[in-house]
Design a protein around this ligand. Structure first.
Ligand code: GLU
Length: 436
């Protein structure tokens, strides 16, 4: 079928918070459809009335909107009951399904369900990732496909929908392999063509064990947005768990992924979720943003009294996601820019330099900086000015150390030129004076 239009679908059930693992499934379906000029369908599988919740569906809809993975079509299974009913009636009429009376043990009552008439045969399917997979379906018995004509169950609705929506490729997690033979049996019964299957490897924790609920990575996917990760980084990171294009490049845009993705190169074994790599990729994507956008985001995360654009380069250097700004503030790392530090006299001394010498060096610094106009009070010019004086002393440290300490009051801090330019001329001179 060389001219057949490629149709993929991602079919989450809104029965719980959506995790990043699902983002990878959605993404591979999206990438494959887009690179083939095909159709990518998002389908909310909400037939389980008790467990499906609107808030969970809203959650993944918001998430995909944020990630920019826009589906070409969206369906909700709960709105398709009539379609499923038609197929159930047809199957019952042709004998491929039948109504069976079930005993409800405790009350001794009977209720009805619809069972599939299992032809008990061998099914072989070729999985794009895993190769040939063979199943004897006899063990599956006559499995239940609906509780009633208006209450169809998962295996059945998936098959009907994939058929009705002309899905050509079912790309989903390996946990669905065991479901595939049942679904193939139903396809054969309703005369649906078999789609191609690609079952993706599991996502593993750092120690290569299966991710468990206790792992920090297993937080609702939307929380990554709230922590200040970039959508392009999440996409880049998830794309590379279980597939990679080879070569040195690690940072990819969505456009590049669409071009490079290869469904036939998905690996068989589990892919590791490495949070440090996510942070690294996030930083790489942050650095590629237009400067105005970086500034806007960092300022947004700073509290009102700290919204100083001069802080942006310094903050950017120290974060890997916007939310880290909050941590910097909590750790007090920005306090020195907003309040004059308390000075411990002894810490002003550099090595064995006499206090008088330190005082005279600080005076030299004040004198030189006083001569700079407000306009020239930039990191570069302050640096050149102070280095020029420092070079004429026995060692640069006997000037730069006391200046840095006088400005920050900290054993470790950004360099004094940056601090001075951020706090401005008046505050710089006043801190130096106070130290003297
Ligand atoms: N609704 C199923 C789930 O949430 C997925 C169905 C499928 O991809 O075939 O796991």
């Amino acid at each position: 079928m060389p001219d057949q239009k490629i149709v993929t679908r991602f079919a989450p059930s809104p029965t719980g918070h959506f995790h990043l693992g699902g983002v990878r499934s959605a993404l591979y379906n999206y990438l494959f459809a887009k690179q083939n000029k095909g159709t990518y369908i998002l389908r909310s599988e909400d037939t389980d009335k008790e467990r499906s919740k609107k808030e969970y569906e809203d959650g993944f809809l918001d998430l995909f909107e944020w990630l920019g993975l826009k589906p070409d079509q969206f369906f909700r299974q709960s709105e398709r009951t009539e379609i499923y009913k038609k197929y159930l009636e047809k199957m019952i009429a042709d004998g491929s399904a039948y109504v069976s009376k079930e005993e409800i043990k405790e009350a001794g009552q009977r209720s009805e369900v619809i069972r599939f008439k299992n032809p008990n045969k061998k099914i072989v399917f070729n999985d794009i990732v895993l190769g040939d997979i063979e199943f004897d379906t006899t063990d599956l018995k006559d499995f239940i496909i609906a509780r009633s004509l208006t209450e169809p169950l998962y295996h059945f609705t998936v098959v009907v929908d994939d058929f009705e929506m002309a899905v050509t490729h079912v790309i989903r997690g390996q946990e669905h392999i065991a479901n595939t033979p049942r679904q193939i049996l139903i396809q054969e019964a309703i005369g649906a063509p078999r789609p191609l299957y690609a079952h993706m490897p599991l996502i593993l924790g750092k120690d290569k064990s299966k991710l468990s609920k206790r792992d920090p990575e297993v937080i609702p996917a939307l929380e990554y947005r709230d922590l200040g990760y970039l959508p392009e980084a999440i996409i880049n990171f998830m794309a590379l768990i279980g597939w990679n294009p080879g070569g040195e490049q690690e940072v990819f845009t969505l456009e590049e992924l669409i071009e490079k993705f290869n469904l036939h190169k998905i690996q068989k074994s589990g892919g590791v979720f490495n949070s440090e790599k996510l942070d690294w990729l996030n930083k790489e994507h942050m650095k590629r943003l237009p400067p105005a956008e970086i500034e806007k985001n960092i300022l947004e995360w700073l509290p009102a009294e700290m919204k100083n654009p001069k802080l942006v380069p310094l903050v950017l250097e120290r974060i890997s996601k916007w939310g880290d700004v909050k941590d910097m503030i909590e750790r007090g790392e920005l306090d020195l820019f907003f309040k004059s530090p308390t000075i411990d006299k002894a810490k002003l001394i550099y090595k064995n330099i006499a206090p008088e010498k330190i005082i005279s060096n600080l005076k030299l610094a004040i004198k030189a900086l006083e001569d700079l106009t407000e306009e020239n009070f930039t990191t570069e010019i302050i640096k050149n000015t102070l280095i020029l004086i420092a070079n004429n002393l026995g060692s640069r440290g006997e000037l730069l150390h006391p200046v840095r300490y006088a400005l920050s009051g900290l054993d470790k801090s950004p360099d004094p030129f940056i601090i001075a330019s951020i706090i401005g001329k008046n505050e710089t001179l006043s801190r130096l004076q106070k130290a003297i």
